[in-house]
Ligand binder design. Structure first.
Ligand code: PDD
Length: 279
């Protein structure tokens, strides 16, 4: 696999990052995941804009123009022959002697991109069966709108879910669901789609924005507001969205089956629309 590191396209075995990198020492970096279907990047502009915003919130500039970034994405997809898969991008504040204070502004940022091939990404069998979700307290920091590489708690949440025989976890704060470990969360009741409003408490999903737009175009009712676990367990159906899962139905929350325990019609319809529009 060819990867990109600080201006160079090199075989992955030759790619190196300093042990003093602030991404490694302080999780002082941000990332994006853009999916690829049939060789085509999905929603690149949305991901690039969110990257710029995440960086700005942490007082970092864009390391290159959006056009240059798109070229790096395209070249990696082409050189690695990616049909279906992902492009991962990470930008950190760079390498500097370990100090809580930021290094001088002229410290070169670290920029790394790599691809992951996922043949049949759009035909994930989980979309047919649906996900089982457990809930956990949301113990992350308060700026979840910034896509930092600080992912240990979501990673622990995923492991806790698996240990309970579930697929993933939704995180709960002040009695209401924030989002999934690596996706945005939705419920559907009497035909109305409910998903948490935007704010610092959740990541502003690029897939979320697209799916809500498609839902509105299809005359579905959408409410952007918080919902409780009890309300979710009483819903007709539920689903999650992310760049890598697209729209993925949820069939169980903390042991309670939703509807008849199979993926609901609105989740299935939105998945179809999303994939149709993306290809
Ligand atoms: N995760 N919420 C969280 C906490 C996420 O980590 C993600 C994405 C999303 C969905 O955002 P988007 O639709 O822009 O992918 C919501 C990526 C896929 C990841 O960490 O791999």
């Amino acid at each position: 696999r060819i990867v990109y590191v600080n201006g160079a396209f090199v075989p992955e075995a030759e790619a190196t990052v300093s042990v003093f990198d602030r991404g490694f020492l302080f999780a002082d970096g941000v990332y994006e995941v853009t999916s690829v279907l049939s060789g085509k990047l999905l929603d690149f502009d949305g991901h690039a804009r969110r990257l710029e915003r995440s960086l700005a919130e942490l007082d970092m500039p864009m390391p290159m123009t959006q056009d240059a970034l798109l070229e790096v994405h395209r070249r990696l997809v082409a050189e690695n022959g990616i049909e279906d898969g992902l492009v991962y991008l990470q930008v950190t504040r760079g390498a500097a002697d370990r100090d809580f204070a930021y290094p001088p502004k002229d410290t070169p940022q670290t920029v790394v991109l790599f691809t992951q091939s996922k043949p049949g990404l759009a035909d994930n069998p989980a979309a047919q069966t649906g996900l089982k979700i457990v809930t956990l307290p949301d113990l992350r920091w308060d700026r979840r709108d910034i896509k930092t590489v600080q992912l240990l708690y979501p990673s622990m949440g995923k492991m806790a879910a698996k240990a309970q025989g579930a697929d993933d976890a939704w995180m709960v704060e002040d009695g209401v669901v924030t989002e999934g470990t690596s996706n945005n969360a939705y419920i559907v009741k009497d035909g109305t789609i409910v998903t948490r409003h935007l704010g610092n408490e959740i990541l502003h999903g690029i897939t979320r924005a697209a799916v809500l737009r498609f839902a509105q175009e299809a005359q579905m009712k959408v409410e952007e507001r918080a919902f409780s676990v009890e309300e979710a367990q009483d819903a007709d159906e539920a689903f999650v969205t992310s760049a890598s899962a697209f729209v993925m139905p949820v069939v169980e929350i903390d042991g309670a089956a939703l509807g008849n325990g199979t993926p609901g019609p609105i989740a299935k319809r939105l998945r179809e629309i999303y994939l149709d529009e993306s290809r």
